[in-house]
Design a protein around this ligand. Structure first.
Ligand code: HAM
Length: 419
């Protein structure tokens, strides 16, 4: 066979049934979890003016290296969304809905990353954002919804890492201390991190380079610089999580890959994944983002979870299998009278899932396709059935054998068997 001329672009994947069905089931489950908490679905464009995403931070990889951007025919500088928080906050600022505004989303994101297991250039996220209140109990609600969702998927080996990144009242003092510490030890810092230090000392904490690790381990911690008020906020979040029985690990060096975060930040790690890409979700507060996009000063918090990685974690923990897509009934028609056309239509109208064979093939060939479909019942119409206005119903999974029914009795019989 000739090899195909085109393949899906590097870092992207085709998701075919049954994996696509599994992905949709995961999104449905997520919708169920968050809609119970009154989050409404929001949908924003897959591309925005690049300025929207520049708010993610001038020293972040997402902005400096990974943006899919282009100048459109009208001269506007556009970027495919690398994440949804900035887009959702842009929509909030544009429409000014009443607060608290609680929304959820799902969809593809685009980052020009170096592809590897669990890291793609197009990947799917599900997430929520809640704008309009600083109440620490909202932080707890948001984190608990992600934890509930993982639990409903059957994932057990998930660690919640928690930190507070302070805000404009105490961050400058911390950044100064951090920068001073790194400058005092600059000879030990990698060349790249020394450059990052000039732009944002916090980002140096995110370096994965071995050379930087000893220095990072000894660096001053944000939590030591929190104002009493912010320390109290963080304490309330921790207490709320404990109240709900949600285990967490304090992670004082967690800085996340985007710059808009303030106060509570968190990440979920899948311990069953032995790849470097074991972050299956993350989020936090971003109390200055709405203002930086030209809106009113509005606090916000949310998270996004990586669907592709969550499914890898489900594989590793052997949970959340793809739902069956086999039909309940399969119509085998060798009558030569096109009965399957109207019979499948009637069965579907009556609420059953139904499939059929094609091309007028032999009984043996059609039964083979029926077996492969893993349907519960085969409905067989031959010349005898046609003459008697009946069908033969064969039980393909259980042990009730087969029976001849009048066509008018078929629906009620299947209802007793399948409902
Ligand atoms: P993020 O940490 O950049 O945060 O992404 C969230 C999750 O998306 C990650 O934990 C990971 O599971 C998944 N992910 C990220 N990049 C890739 C990739 N290249 N391939 C596969 N999966 C990936 C955000 O996006 C923030 N918007 C989260 C947020 C919402 N913060 C506040 N609200």
């Amino acid at each position: 066979m000739a090899s195909p001329s085109f393949q899906a672009p590097k870092g992207t994947r085709d998701i075919l049934p049954p994996q696509s069905t599994r992905q949709r089931a995961l999104i449905d489950l997520f919708a169920d979890v968050v809609e119970r908490a009154s989050y409404g679905a929001v949908s924003t464009p897959m591309f925005e003016d690049i300025g929207v995403f520049l708010r993610l931070g001038e020293a972040t990889d997402v902005v400096t290296k990974e943006m899919y951007d282009f100048v459109a025919k009208d001269g506007n500088h556009i970027a495919l969304r690398p994440e949804l928080t900035a887009s959702v906050v842009r929509a909030f600022v544009q429409h000014r809905p009443a607060t608290p505004w609680k929304v959820w989303y799902e969809g593809p994101q685009f980052r020009y990353e170096r592809p590897q297991a669990g890291r793609y250039r197009q990947f799917t996220q599900v997430g929520i954002e809640a704008l309009g209140t600083s109440d620490p109990e909202l932080d707890v609600e948001v984190i608990s919804l992600a934890a509930d969702f993982y639990k409903r998927l059957g994932l057990e080996q998930v660690t919640l890492l928690l930190n507070s990144l302070g805000d404009a009242t105490c961050r400058p003092g911390y950044l100064q201390a951090l920068e001073g510490y790194f400058r005092d030890n600059i000879a030990e810092l990698s060349e790249q991190s020394a450059l990052t230090l000039d732009i944002n000392p916090l980002r140096v904490l995110d370096s994965k380079r071995d050379q930087d690790q000893p220095l990072i381990d000894g660096a001053p911690l944000m939590v030591e610089f929190l104002t009493p008020e912010l320390a109290e906020h963080f304490d309330q979040v921790c207490k709320g999580l404990e109240q709900l029985g949600i285990a967490y690990t304090l992670s004082p060096r967690l800085v996340r890959g985007l710059d808009y975060y303030t106060l509570t930040t968190f990440e979920f790690a899948a311990d069953a994944l032995d790849t470097a890409q074991n972050a299956i979700g993350g989020g936090g507060r971003y109390d200055g983002l709405a203002e930086s996009l030209g809106g009113p000063d509005t606090p916000g918090i949310g998270f996004a979870l990586g669907v592709d990685r969550i499914l890898l974690a489900c594989d590793a923990e052997d949970t959340f299998p793809a739902p069956s897509i086999s039909p309940e009934v399969f119509v085998v028609d060798v009558s030569g009278a096109h009965v399957s056309l109207e019979l499948t239509h009637m069965l579907r109208e009556a609420g059953f899932t139904a499939d059929r064979a094609w091309d007028n093939r032999s009984m043996k060939a059609q039964m083979k396709v029926s077996d492969r479909s893993e349907a519960a019942f085969a409905i067989i119409i031959g010349e005898d059935e046609l003459a008697a206005d009946s069908v033969t119903v064969r039980d393909l999974r259980g042990d009730s054998g087969q029976r001849l029914l009048k066509r008018t009795e078929l629906i009620s019989y299947l209802q007793t068997q399948l409902r």
